[in-house]
Design a protein around this ligand. Structure first.
Ligand code: NAD
Length: 245
């Protein structure tokens, strides 16, 4: 028996990294998963997995979000994972960078929740899991001004949704990862000039002596999505290998 048997889940940013590991984990545990991403080529790699259906979705396109919600109807689980790490202090962040990150990281989740929540309320059941970060209201991190700002906003919005709809059987939680080995983290290491130096930089803040894996974050998403977390709402669940201790 799977931990998500009979449930329907929508996940964003499912083509790689944490989103992909989570879509695969949800499907392995018995859910029907609608895995979405803007990158259809990569998303296609998931098509062969039993339980997974793929859809192209740009989470910054609210009309596309509304169309997807109308097509799918009720979902039990909404996993909002899409997000982008912008590197820079406040002085290095333009208004355009601010708008881009707010749209992609935060407003996308606002629109996804608005699109999928009404049907959850009708059914008096639903679990929303939003991807935040330890770099947020939980911890400052160098040159992550707009990134940390969006992730703090996600924590605030998640608590608000949890609070407003608790009587409708809705749970809304966040995951706050530390440093997780994903394709985009590797890209960020590469952008630091020498990938080895990049790795050293990120490892210096890892008390465990290693990076987290996408699967270790997917495990928390699975718990929060499942009925095992039936008394858990409004939390920001840290999975950071002790970075924030
Ligand atoms: P990633 O950055 O490697 O991949 C991101 C995925 O998002 C890609 O498949 C990309 O195609 C997709 N995407 C980009 N723009 C999109 C859009 N407009 N619409 C839909 N999809 C889009 O993945 P990751 O590193 O696993 O990060 C996933 C989430 O986890 C992000 O929200 C990130 O902020 C958060 N997070 C990551 C880490 C980490 O160390 N990797 C730590 C904390 C939080």
């Amino acid at each position: 028996m799977g931990r998500l048997d009979g449930k329907v889940a929508v996940t964003t940013a499912a083509a790689q990294g944490i989103g992909r590991a989570t879509a695969e984990t949800f499907a392995r545990e018995g859910a029907r998963v609608i895995a979405t991403d803007i990158n259809v080529e990569k998303l296609k790699e998931l098509e062969a997995i039993p339980g997974i259906e793929i859809r192209k979705l740009d989470v910054t396109d609210n009309e596309a979000i509304k169309a997807l919600a109308a097509e799918i109807g009720h979902v039990d689980i909404l996993f909002n994972c899409a997000g982008f790490v912008f590197h820079g202090t406040i002085l290095e962040t333009t208004e355009k960078d601010f708008d881009f990150s707010m749209n992609l990281n935060m407003k996308s989740m606002f629109n996804m929740i608005k699109a999928f929540l009404p049907k959850m309320i009708e059914k008096k059941s639903g679990s929303i899991v939003n991807m935040a970060s330890v770099c947020s209201s939980l911890k400052g991190s160098g040159s992550r001004c707009i990134y940390g700002t969006t992730k703090a906003a996600i924590i605030g919005m998640s608590k608000s949704v949890a609070c407003d709809f608790i009587k409708d059987g809705i749970r809304c939680n966040c995951i706050a990862p530390g440093t997780v080995d994903t394709p985009s983290l590797r890209e960020r290491m590469g952008q630091m000039g020498d990938p080895e130096k990049g790795m050293e930089f990120f490892m210096r803040r890892q008390p465990t002596g290693r990076l987290g894996t996408a699967q270790e974050v997917a495990n928390i998403a699975l718990f929060l999505a499942s009925d095992e977390a039936s008394f858990v709402t409004g939390t920001e669940y840290k999975v950071d290998g002790g970075w924030s201790i």
